[in-house]
Design a protein around this ligand. Structure first.
Ligand code: MN
Length: 233
């Protein structure tokens, strides 16, 4: 039976007045959410997304994790139509199933990465205007990085009664490390810098702290959230 151990850290950054990110970490779930819609909607949307996903995922299956995220979508949508119009959130959730398989569900532009044998691989696709243009071959990665529309999402949780999810399972081994993060990290810190920190730091809490510090020293222009998990025997 593989064990899953996760730690997290979230930081308001250097510019923003509110932290609209939310995180979850437990012995079977790692998740980040990046809320939008201004005060107080963004904070509410990300907090609801994380709370409902965490409450409903018991480790059964990827279907259970998808159902949890769909229920969160519906709850945010209902609340948005009542009181907090325009709110929404990303969510990227990685759950360890009882079968020892990692289930990843993603909507928006938060990310999950897997570090295995020193190689960092992004497990999720960003749902943003620029990332979709890159996948269609219409824009280069360099153009996308500097593009004014790079944070315009094509999918989010809570903005419609139904949501299209990306969902995939990944086999994981002892020694694998998982990173979930909001765009406040990867817009400031290059993938190779994340990989080298994750490889060189033994303790995952120290790694999480170091990643946040790196994003802050690079500018900290957005809220920054990371959840790190390791697969143990
Ligand atoms: Mn963000």
């Amino acid at each position: 039976m593989k064990k899953f151990r996760a730690v997290s850290r979230t930081d308001i950054g250097r510019i923003r007045e509110k932290n609209e990110d939310a995180v979850a970490c437990s012995d079977r779930l790692a998740a980040v959410a990046d809320g939008m819609g201004g005060h107080p909607g963004g904070e509410v949307a990300s907090a609801v997304a994380i709370a409902l996903t965490q409450a409903a995922f018991t480790g059964q299956s990827i279907d259970e994790l998808q159902a949890a995220v769909r229920a969160a979508n519906r709850a945010i949508w209902d609340r948005a139509s009542d009181e907090l119009e325009g709110m929404g959130t990303t969510i990227c959730a990685a759950g360890m199933t009882d079968g020892g398989i990692l289930a990843v569900v993603n909507v928006g532009d938060s990310r999950a990465y897997l570090l295995r044998n020193g190689t960092l691989t992004q497990l999720t696709d960003d749902h943003s205007v620029t990332s979709e243009a890159v996948r269609r071959g219409e824009m280069s990665e360099e153009e996308a990085r500097e593009h004014p529309h790079r944070s315009v999402l094509t999918r989010a949780l809570g903005v419609a009664p139904e949501v299209e999810l990306d969902a995939a399972t990944h086999p994981v081994d002892q020694g694998d490390r998982l990173l979930l993060c909001t765009d406040g990290l990867f817009n400031e810190v290059a993938d190779h810098e994340m990989a080298s920190l994750m490889t060189s730091t033994g303790d995952i809490q120290a790694t999480a702290d170091a990643l946040i510090e790196l994003a802050l020293s690079a500018g900290g222009r957005d809220n920054i959230s990371v959840v790190l998990a390791e697969i143990c025997a």
